[in-house]
Design a protein around this ligand. Sequence first.
Ligand code: SAM
Length: 291
Amino acid sequence: SMNHKPISARTRELLNTYGLTLKKSLGQNFLTDSHVLDKIIRAAGLSQESGVIEIGPGIGALTERLAGHAGKVVAVELDGRLVPVLKDLFQNHPHVEIIHGDALEVDLEAIIREHLQDAETLHVVANLPYYVTSPILVRLLTERYPLTNIVIMIQKEVADRLAAKPGTKDYSSLSVLVQYFAEAEEVARVPSHVFVPRPQVDSAVARLTLRSRPAVDVKNEELFFKVVRAAFAQRRKTLLNTLHANLLPKVDKAQVEEWLKEAGIDPKRRGETLDLQEFATFVQVIDQKLT
Ligand code: SAM
C-alpha cells in the first residue's frame, strides 16, 4: 500500500505513474521528508475527533498522514490534474474528501457545515503554495472560522514576520493581523532540500493557535486594519507623516498630531514600533473623532 516506500521514492513514482510535471506557478514543491511530516502532525495536536482542512494536497504526502490522525480530512487542490490522482489514492478512505478548488475562493463555511460538522476541533494544516500565503492567512483569520489552530509550512521569512515583536525589522502589518487573532510560533526550520523540486528559499513550520477573543479590544476592526496598513506603508517616515499621507490626507496634520498625543503616542515614532494595544488605543481615539 501507500506506506511502504520512502516518501521521496513515493513522490517520484507517483509523478512518473501519472505522467505529471510540476507547475512552478502553482507553488508545487512537494514534501519528501517523513520527519518533517511528523513534526507538522505533532504540532497540530490531532485526535480522532479532529476535522482538518488541508490546502494544496499535491499528491497527498501530508494528506496521508492527516488521514491517519484525524477523524475527517477535507483537502482543497487547485490543480485539476492532481484531483483524479488524489481521488484514486484515497478511494478507500471515506473520511478523506478531495475538493477541486481555489483555497481563496471555495466556500469554507459550506465545507465546514457539510463535512466537518461533527468535529470537536477544527484545524487547517498545509504545506502552503508560497505565492498565496498572505491572502490565505488573511482569509482564514478575518473570516473567523472556529479553528483551534493553523499549522503551515511557509517561507522562513514569512514565519519570522508572523511572530515578530514591535520594533524589529520583521514586524509588519501581517504580524499585527496574525497576533491580533492568534498566538504565533515557529515549530521547525525546514531546509529546501526536503522538497521536490527544491524551492529557492528555506522554509519553516509555523503554528497559529487561535485566541478565544482578539488580543486587544477593538470596536472598529476595519479601521484598525486600515490604520495598521497605513502605519507600515512607509516604514522610514514618522508615524505622523505616514498616517497623514496614507490614512488621513484630508485631515489637518496638526490635528493628526493631536490625536496621536491624545492616545499617548509620540508622533515622531515609527509605525513599526507600536504594539497592538497602542494601535487599538489610537483607533479608539480617531474612531470617535471621525464619526
Ligand atoms: N501538500 C503537498 C506536499 O506537502 O507535498 C503539496 C504542497 S505544494 C507546496 C502546494 C500545493 O498547493 C500544490 O499542490 C498546488 O497545486 C496547490 N495550490 C496552489 N495554489 C492553490 C490554491 N489557490 N488553492 C488550493 N491549492 C493550491
